[in-house]
Write a protein that binds this ligand. Structure first.
Ligand code: CP
Length: 314
């Protein structure tokens, strides 16, 4: 692949290739051997048109740990504020010969559009409610490490599914790897036509969580609700917030996940989020660096192969 724009175009063997390499990077990171040279001589530009803590920091660290020249654009201070378009901004940076462009944008499809205009590898760091592929990959790696496999698991994704690119990328990835997916949340926060994805839909947490191996919680994405239905936080926590009582319906060894940023006391109980016997939220962050190292390493190998001069047979 030339870009990483979503999970949709990836085959199961592509997903396994990223996870296997990321596993190696994760182990090296734990043993203190954090640095490598897979991206030496390459230039990585991060363009985040939406706020980020985890994704931006981990892409920057991943690039630096693999030897790239990394520049994170401060988009709030860029000429976008003077009316320059996304494409003109991208073309301007493209003229400086980057090799890897990491882009987050509030509009679904904006990153795909940009990838058609530039001649470097583009990684989608989250576009609107469309896809967040590296999040789904890091979630998959976290699950595989905790459960020892990434197939035939019962996985509940809970909360605001309708506005979540994390949910969308996870539903696609976990479906491709043959897991059983349950979506739990208020009907008003379920996307139309979700049944076509081969998932089960519940609006009752206790019923939906029955016997599941993995519980993935999501934040209410208020910034994407366009003034439509916004639940009251108290009512929402009562019905859909994950606490020890609701988790008791899941399998006894079920893990609790959250992509962050989390709102304690809204979609998840703070104590449960911090309970390292059940919560793998910090491992998700750790795997985020490893997965982004692996994704950029694999794209860079492809980039170098395409750029290598063709040998001339005598
Ligand atoms: N999970 C995630 O994308 O977090 P950030 O918005 O902080 O990058």
């Amino acid at each position: 692949h030339s870009h990483l724009l979503g999970i949709e175009p990836l085959a199961p063997h592509d997903i396994r290739a990223v996870l296997d390499l990321a596993d190696t990077y994760a182990e090296r990171g734990r043993s203190g051997a954090k640095h490598g040279d897979a991206l030496a001589g390459l230039t990585q530009i991060n363009m985040f048109f939406e706020n980020s803590t985890r994704t931006q920091a981990s892409f920057e660290l991943a690039g630096k740990r693999l030897g790239a020249d990394v520049m994170s654009m401060a988009m709030q201070a860029s000429s976008i504020k003077k009316g320059e378009t996304l494409i003109d901004t991208a073309m301007t940076l493209n003229a400086m010969h980057p090799d890897l462009l990491v882009v987050r944008h509030p509009h679904s499809g904006a990153v795909d559009l940009l990838a058609q205009k530039v001649n470097c590898a583009v990684l989608n760091a989250g576009d609107g409610r469309h896809e967040h592929p590296t999040q789904a990959l890091l979630d998959a790696l976290t699950i595989r490490r905790a459960k020892g496999r990434l197939h035939r698991l019962n996985i509940a994704i809970c909360g605001d599914i309708a506005h979540s690119r994390v949910a969308r990328s996870n539903i696609i990835l976990l479906g491709k790897m043959e897991n059983r997916i349950r979506l739990i949340g208020p009907p008003t926060l379920m996307p139309a036509g979700i049944g076509e994805f081969g998932v089960e839909v519940y609006d009752d947490m206790q019923k939906g969580l029955e016997g599941v191996d993995v519980v993935m919680m999501l934040r209410l994405q208020r910034e994407r609700m366009d003034g439509g239905f916004i639940p009251s936080e108290r009512e929402y926590y009562h019905r859909y917030g994950l606490d020890a009582e609701k988790l008791a319906h899941a399998a006894p060894d079920a893990i609790v996940m959250h992509p962050g940023p989390m709102n304690r006391g809204v979609e998840i109980d703070g104590e449960l989020a911090d309970d390292i016997r059940r919560s793998v939220i910090q491992q998700q962050v750790e795997m985020g660096v490893a997965v982004r190292m692996a994704a950029m390493d694999l794209l860079a190998r492809n980039l170098r192969a395409r750029r290598a001069p063709q040998s001339v047979m005598a």
